[in-house]
Design a protein around this ligand. Structure first.
Ligand code: MLT
Length: 409
């Protein structure tokens, strides 16, 4: 008899974004004439920039000629890409991360989920509430939790509510966690963490022998020079943190797929007898067993982001999305919404109008304005009564969406 992984049965609803997709499709079928504006899932809309497209084509051409054809690449990623990342994203900021600490992958969603495999089931995980659902769901899937309780929380997860009262920033938990998921700039709230805030977390992790799983997928949207782009800008973080980065939002790779995870050589975790082990070789072992790397043309395309031209082109796209976010912030504020995020982040987090629940507000906007956003409660109980707008949309649609929202609230 084939037995299932019963942890999957603990997951109550479907994954958030397919559920939104299902509701939108249902509405579309019933209202085929509706012109829907999608600002729900954070999926980019601007095309790949010219430098990336050129490198992508060159990569394909190399694959088409026997002299330059490539089969399996290195599981950790090609050195040319890892070296460009180490030099530009870390060493240029005075951070001591080398190409050997970098693992190229096909996405941060996969990496933030898969990383759980190299940590034992007895680990206690801390996550923010609201949170990017992947951290919570993969914690459940990996058997580290009990069942989902009536309040929407899973047994054995340490939740860190991020509310208006604490400025949407997690507070140090009363109970000691082994693994701590943090995401800045934050998805879904768009909040950023200052150097002081990150230092508090690094010091806490050092004192508690915990590891911070730091999702920096949106770092490219930071325009404030005082905000760190990497947790490794904080002294001591190389002993207690893993960082996840992605080209998805930085350079429009959601459909192309390329990301990377950084595990410093000195990062240690412990066995049940308290002996310390390096974490990096475990991830290397996992990747070499289960992953054959990202395709050569995609890695070549990703490396083009680090050329002078590529940097300029990508910065223009980021500025475009940030301008969308500014327009949204200002329009929604003028309409009387309480608005967060959207300044160093592509997400704008608002309190719903008239005290509506997140899903009621979702339905109102979908049905009356034909605008799709993401209900805050889909990110956790503390997201109830909030709504997330994504700035990854075409400018005229953002402007149109804001006037449609105005007309229905
Ligand atoms: C989101 O909308 O939260 C993101 O697109 C999800 C993701 O990056 O997987």
């Amino acid at each position: 008899m084939a037995l299932i992984n019963e942890n999957y049965l603990k997951l109550k609803a479907g994954y958030l974004f397919p559920e939104i997709g299902r509701r939108v499709r249902e509405f579309e079928q019933a209202n085929p004439e509706a012109k829907i504006i999608r600002m729900g899932i954070g999926d980019v809309t601007r095309p790949l920039v010219p430098s990336v497209v050129k490198a992508f084509h060159e990569g394909v051409d190399e694959m088409a000629a026997s002299a330059s054809f490539k089969g399996y690449g290195p599981e950790q990623g090609y050195a040319f890409l890892r070296e460009a990342i180490a030099a530009n994203d870390f060493q240029a900021r005075g951070v001591n991360i080398s190409a050997d600490d970098i693992f190229i992958s096909d996405g941060s969603k996969c990496d933030t989920g898969n990383i759980q495999e190299i940590f034992g089931a007895a680990n206690k995980i801390a996550i923010c509430d609201p949170v990017y659902p992947v951290y919570a769901d993969t914690t459940v899937m990996s058997g580290k939790t009990g069942v989902c309780m009536d309040n929407g929380y899973f047994e054995n997860i340490i939740y860190m509510p991020c509310t208006e009262a604490n400025g949407l920033l997690p507070e140090l938990p009363a109970e000691r966690p082994d693994l701590i998921f943090l995401c800045f700039p934050n998805n879904p709230t768009g909040t950023v963490a200052s150097r002081e805030v990150l230092k508090t977390w690094v010091d806490y992790a050092i004192a508690n022998q915990s590891i911070i799983l730091y999702d920096a997928a949106y770092e490219a949207f930071i325009t404030d020079d005082t905000i760190p782009h990497s947790i490794f800008e904080i002294e001591g973080a190389e002993k207690v943190a893993i960082e996840f980065r992605s080209f998805s939002k930085t350079a429009g790779f959601t459909g192309t797929r390329c990301a990377f995870t950084v595990i410093p050589d000195g990062l240690m975790a412990y066995d049940s007898e308290g002996n310390a082990h390096k974490v990096k070789p475990l991830w290397m072992r996992r990747q070499t067993t289960k992953f054959n790397g990202v395709s050569y043309p995609v890695q070549k395309a990703a490396a083009a982001i680090y050329t002078e031209e590529g940097k300029k082109e990508v910065a223009e796209v980021i500025a475009y999305y940030l301008e969308n976010a500014r327009i949204m912030r200002e329009s929604l504020t003028a309409l009387g919404f309480k608005v967060y995020g959207g300044e160093n982040a592509p997400y704008v987090w608002v309190k719903t109008a008239n005290g509506l629940s997140s899903w009621d507000f979702f339905d109102l906007l979908l049905h009356k304005a034909n605008v799709v956003g993401t209900p805050g409660s889909g990110f956790g109980p503390s997201g109830e009564g909030y709504f997330r707008f994504s700035a990854f949309a075409d400018r005229e649609k953002v402007i149109d969406a804001m006037s449609r929202v105005k007309a229905v609230i």
